[in-house]
Design a binder for this molecule. Structure first.
Ligand SMILES: [Zn+2]
Length: 74
């Protein structure tokens, strides 16, 4: 995976952070809510993980209610 350019992905990272502030969401729901393609999503997630405490756990998604890996900001 190429090293992401933070200046390019920071807007995406902010977008993802904003939906993860009050909900624990799975990848599918984050992509649905942010309309990001998978490639940009993972780059932005990488940026968030460098600057914020990103918690990944197996639990119920706040949106689709399916138990799978969900992301949450602490
Ligand atoms: Zn979900």
């Amino acid at each position: 995976m190429p090293i992401p350019d933070p200046s390019e992905g920071s807007g995406d990272a902010r977008l993802i952070a904003s939906v993860l502030l009050d909900a624990a969401l799975c990848v599918d729901c984050i992509m649905k809510k942010t309309s990001l393609a998978a490639q940009r999503f993972y780059v932005a997630l990488f940026i968030i993980a460098q600057t914020r405490e990103l918690e990944i756990s197996r639990s119920r998604c706040s949106d689709c209610m399916i138990t799978k890996h969900v992301y949450k900001l602490r």
